[in-house]
Design a protein around this ligand. Structure first.
Ligand code: ZN
Length: 361
């Protein structure tokens, strides 16, 4: 009797154990399965999000280049990029050296000067070559052509006319973003500006000359006046920083029409001193109005203007009244970083440097 009871008790106990195991199994499956599914779904969502970001970027680029093309050729019909049909896209292939021949020139915007001799125009004038994409291309070559449309690899941020009360703010922003720029400076000694020459150099940025006085009537009066001005600014930079600058940017650009001496002769003087000069192929437009250009316009000019080039040398100004240039800077840097473009300081071997052809005297 006791034996029978004992056997029944063991059976019950075994059943309870089995049921427990089944319940635990069900709980484990009920918890694990959704967890595994969640992990799989999260990773898929992550991948899709990345694809969405990438597609948004591609779409943004297409939008920008479409607008860019419209600006360049306002009278032509809008290209249809998205459906790939009958697209004729004329993209500027401007050479750095050519872009400034008839294009953007700086307003002489040094504060306190009343000179406004040269208009600042968009540096988007057509210089020749256009690219035709037709719909006879197959899909793979279309991809290649799309990458041709967005060749941008390197950006050079250049700041003219400083130092100013804004220089330290510009330097702070560059430092925060760990990028180096190029400052084409003039002679301006004051409690605020004098220490900036040294700070520019000590923080790893390139320093170039932009004349001592920035007064066209003096610099461009004749060859001797031009040389005297170069020597003054080169000495000033050397005294302040210990760097003998070999980079130059003509006030008004090398295509200015105010110089009484042919620019080629002045360029030859630079060459004799082993000084390289640089223009720009993208302008921020921050000198186009003395009453201030909006931050948004500056960001757009820089970002959309640069996309058509492999190397974009961007013109900005370092002057007290150019506060929107300072405000636009973080966004401009952020944009170029987000699309994987390098931001570099100019040096004597950088693209865009002018190689002077010897002139016969
Ligand atoms: Zn200037």
């Amino acid at each position: 009797m006791n034996k029978t009871l004992g056997t029944g008790s063991v059976d019950r106990s075994a059943r309870v154990h089995r049921i427990k195991r089944v319940i635990i199994g069900i709980i484990v499956v009920a918890v694990l399965l959704p967890s595994i599914l969640c992990i799989i779904l999260f990773s898929k969502i992550n991948k899709l999000e990345k694809q969405i970001i990438e597609l948004s970027y591609q779409k943004e680029k297409v939008n920008v280049i479409t607008e860019y093309t419209k600006v360049l050729e306002p009278n032509k019909s809008e290209p249809n990029i998205e459906d790939g049909s009958s697209e004729i896209i004329n993209i500027e292939k401007m050479e750095l050296s050519e872009s400034t021949k008839e294009d953007s020139q700086e307003i002489d915007s040094i504060s306190g000067e009343s000179e406004s001799k040269v208009d600042d125009r968009e540096s988007l004038e057509e210089t020749g070559d256009s690219e035709l994409l037709d719909d006879s291309e197959d899909d793979s070559s279309t991809d290649a052509k799309v990458s041709d449309l967005f060749p941008l690899k390197r950006v050079y941020l250049t700041f003219d006319d400083g130092p100013s009360s804004n220089t330290s703010k510009i330097l702070d922003i560059l430092n925060e973003n760990d990028v180096k720029g190029t400052f084409f400076v003039v002679g301006r000694l004051s409690d605020t500006t004098t220490p900036m020459y040294k700070r520019i150099v000590s923080e790893g940025h390139a320093i170039g000359m932009h004349s001592y006085t920035h007064k066209y009537s003096e610099i461009y009066a004749d060859k001797d006046a031009f040389v005297y001005d170069i020597e003054r600014i080169q000495s000033l930079i050397y005294e302040q920083t210990g760097v003998l600058s070999k980079l130059y940017r003509f006030p008004g650009g090398s295509s200015n029409t105010v110089s009484r001496t042919p620019i080629s002769e002045l360029a030859n003087e630079l060459e004799k001193r082993d000084i390289k000069y640089f223009d720009w192929n993208v302008t921020s437009g921050d000198a186009s109005s003395k009453y201030g250009v909006s931050k948004e316009a500056i960001v757009k000019n820089c970002t959309s203007g640069a996309l058509g080039f492999e190397d974009a040398v961007i013109l900005m100004h370092d002057l007290p009244e150019k506060s929107t240039t300072v405000a636009a800077l973080p966004e401009i840097i952020g944009y170029f970083k987000s699309i994987g473009v390098e931001i570099l300081p100019l040096d004597e071997n950088a693209p865009g440097v002018h190689h002077v052809v010897e002139i016969s005297e």
